[in-house]
Design a protein around this ligand. Structure first.
Ligand code: MN
Length: 258
């Protein structure tokens, strides 16, 4: 394992850590979806051997819901790739977003991801990280926060799992989802400001790096050595954040890298 690690800074050994968000893997099998999945697979292949950890900051799926015995069938090649990464020693952390509707045990038990609801705080060397999807952080998103409480409570989930068959449940999801592609195109300048305010607030609390998603707008802001990044998306941008043990950077995936 040692040959894969490099001495970077502060005398600690670190491999690159990658952060992505908002792939919104959908049920559609059209050209855009095919391209998206292909790009994501090539990215995962690329990072397989030079990363220690991958953070998925939410909205990996347009809709994910697990029944007691059934999971959605659409994204097997990607789930399999995640499993290969885990088997080769990459830690995958999945902080769920508003579209990853109900993440049960499957992704942890069968794929080996670690799933978190909300946010995660952690340290690498002397650096404090705060990462989250970020839904509900903007003022305009408040209405949604109230709705989330109702939809996502354990009683609603129990009822959905028990009384709605998987096929009907996925059909309902198909009817109601599909807005995410346009979400990437609406004007979110106010949201971007509010997210940066949120990050600055976290800087004041002592965090060095704040990484969020949800906005589909790749953004990087630096303030006195502290960095806020919005990961963008894997629909139009194919952007990701990377920490190499020294710097946190925002990058765009170009398949040629392979
Ligand atoms: Mn989102």
């Amino acid at each position: 394992m040692l040959d894969k690690t490099w001495l970077k800074s502060e005398n600690i050994y670190v491999k690159n850590i990658y952060f992505i968000s908002d792939a919104h893997l959908s049920f559609k099998e059209d050209e855009l979806e095919t391209r998206k999945r292909k790009k994501l697979l090539s990215f995962l292949d690329y990072i397989k051997d030079n990363t220690e950890e991958l953070y998925i900051l939410g909205d990996l799926f347009d809709f994910w819901f697990e029944w007691y015995h059934v999971i959605p069938k659409y994204w097997f090649p990607i789930l399999y790739k995640f499993r290969q990464l885990v088997d080769s020693g990459v830690k995958i952390n999945f902080i769920t977003g508003n579209h990853d509707f109900y993440v049960g045990k499957y992704l942890e038990e069968e794929i080996g991801m670690k799933c978190y609801d909300g946010y995660k705080e952690f340290d690498i060397g002397s650096k404090h990280f705060f990462v989250a999807h970020g839904d509900g952080y903007a003022k305009k998103d408040k209405k949604y926060r109230g709705m989330k409480k109702i939809i996502r409570n354990s009683v609603s989930i129990f009822l959905y799992k028990t009384f709605i068959s998987a096929d009907l449940g996925m059909q309902i999801a198909k009817w109601v989802s599909g807005s995410s592609r346009n979400f990437g195109k609406i004007d979110k300048s106010l949201w971007i400001k509010e997210y940066y305010e949120f990050a600055k607030n976290k800087f004041d609390q002592g965090f060095d790096y704040v990484i969020l998603g949800h906005l589909h707008c790749p953004t990087i802001k630096e303030q006195d050595g502290k960095v806020y990044i919005n990961c963008g998306d894997w629909i139009n941008e194919f952007s990701y954040a990377m920490y190499d043990g020294k710097d946190l950077t925002l990058n765009w995936w170009k398949e040629e890298k392979k």
